[in-house]
Ligand binder design. Structure first.
Ligand SMILES: [Fe+2]
Length: 284
């Protein structure tokens, strides 16, 4: 069992921060709490921030923040990684920059920077979505991330065997098998598929909202602003989320969805699906 309890935050690089500020607030419904013009900081809930968009051209994903419960769990995770031969760096300066109590970092099997942390800042000021959106976070963490990986066996070894994330299910289509992993009752906090055409890259990240009407209203906003829609509204076979996909200003996609299924480890059985969606999710 992993010490990780949820996806905590996401750091992205982008060349056009103004585009991100507008998209993050006006389309996604996140709250802009940026402190300077070099980084766009966005809130999604009671946490001080959940997304940091940095001015930069090299690589879209700056870092993925995975949360653990406390200092003892962070130490245990550090020992587990070190025992597996993963180079782990305790980084108090980075912890201060992220506004967390403790942080260690490493790279995953594709070189993406992972930050494991505990003690996130919860400010007094309430989260106020500029679009009145409420996101499903809390014990389920911040949505999920989907990666294109260069080597499926290496990714499985790192995330399943070393980190201890748990397999929810797989979807096999067009000769590729997508793996979905959970760390809490959210059906998946991480998914990956081997795809040489894109890897290594972030395919998308997902935000879950509490109201199906907010999926519809956001779809209207996407339409009105001319944001490229990459998959139409649909329902996934495995996590049963109703969602659509669109481009974000960093170049990857955002899945905006509702009603994701929960996993109970006591009774869960791994399945292998032959299609991504029960209906919809059409891609041009
Ligand atoms: Fe997804």
């Amino acid at each position: 069992m992993t010490e990780v309890v949820g996806l905590g935050y996401l750091g992205l690089n982008a060349t056009d921060l103004d585009a991100w500020r507008s998209y993050g607030t006006g389309v996604l419904g996140l709250q802009d709490v940026s402190a300077d013009d070099q980084t766009v900081l966005l809130r999604a809930d009671e946490r001080g921030w959940r997304f940091a968009i940095h001015q930069g051209e090299v690589g879209e994903v700056a870092y993925v923040g995975w949360e653990v419960a406390n200092s003892a769990q962070l130490d245990a995770l550090g020992r587990r990684l070190a025992a597996a031969g993963v180079a782990v760096i305790h980084d108090p300066d980075c912890a201060a920059a992220r506004g967390v109590e403790g942080l260690l970092r490493c790279t995953d099997s594709d070189g993406h920077r992972l930050e494991f942390f505990y003690g996130a800042l919860v400010p007094k000021d309430p989260f106020v979505s500029p679009r009145g959106i409420r996101f499903v976070t809390g014990d389920l963490g911040l949505g999920h991330v989907f990666f294109f990986v260069t080597d499926l066996a290496q990714a499985k070894r790192f995330y399943l065997d070393v980190l201890g994330f748990r397999l929810s299910d797989t979807i096999e289509f067009t000769g590729r098998k997508v793996h979905f992993l959970h760390v809490n009752p959210r059906h998946h906090s991480l998914a990956f598929v081997e795809n040489d055409k894109y890897a290594p890259a972030l395919g998308h990240f997902m935000l879950e909202v509490t109201d199906i009407d907010d999926v519809g209203r956001t779809l209207d906003e996407v339409d009105a602003r001319g944001v490229p829609l990459t998959e139409t509204l649909g329902r996934h076979t495995n996590d049963l989320a109703i969602s659509f996909f669109m481009k974000n200003p960093s170049g990857s996609e955002v899945e905006y969805g509702y009603d994701g299924r929960l996993v109970d480890d006591a009774t869960w059985r791994v399945s292998n699906y032959d299609s991504t969606s029960l209906w919809g999710h059409h891609r041009d």
